[in-house]
Design a protein around this ligand. Sequence first.
Ligand code: AMP
Length: 280
Amino acid sequence: MQRLAKKWRRAGEDIGLVPTMGYLHEGHLSLARAARKRVGKRGRVVVSIYVNPTQFAPTEDFSKYPRDLKRDLKLLRECGVDVVFTPKDAEMYPDRSAVPTGFSTYVIEENLSQRMEGASRPAHFRGVTTVVAKLFNIVRPDVAVFGQKDFQQAAIIQRMVRDLDFPVRIIVAPTVREADGLAMSSRNKYLEDDLRRQATVLRRAIDMARAAVKKSRKISAAELKANVEKIIESVPDARLDYVEFFDPETLVPVTEVSGGVQMALAVFVGKTRLIDNERL
Ligand code: AMP
């Protein structure tokens, strides 16, 4: 991949990268199209598919995470992607657990990654920033596209790029949703019929907050949080992990919510943990 990227760069072809964990849906494909738009017909679009073990806690769904490479390759071929990069664990993390000879260097963002996903999943963002830094060094992209669906992740990657001078432009593309408002996610596969219906509660919580802000212009975050909790609790198999209202640039929580404030929430529906967010 590095050799290929070097060749492309020498030929003056721009490279766009879309990092994914596979089991692709329309959200991923919209990122690949955004990458194509940025690099043009003569540019190169690389989609990486790698279920990154270092961003999963031992208790999480790493081994169960849905995988279907054959289907993914078909979708990406139809989408006009040039290369699908599918590294193996042994290549990405040589001898990960071997001391002292194994993999031992990580990239850690220390500020934006403290709250929300970072609080609920302690080693998660360390794994994300490390693997994305590696992918940037392997693919050497001019642009890389991430989804707004993972708002905090996109903010952390932008910070990492700025702080560590990665020569790449980050594009954040809008969240693609199912017809009933559920944000597309590979993990939606875990939701059987009834749970799938219950999963629309995230969207309903966001809509409630939007309506409340539209109506009162300014409303206390504590009151909105209580209302979100009520909505989530009214759904039998849903359990709120967190809901936050914060400044979209700094991710610092606000006490008064008004237009332009970002809302993010994580909800367990059955055993499946779903996240969503939106600018109010
Ligand atoms: P994942 O495969 O879940 O790691 O996601 C790979 C990339 O796709 C990340 O940048 C995600 O934010 C993005 N993504 C995931 N779901 C969506 C969606 N519904 N709409 C837009 N982008 C998404």
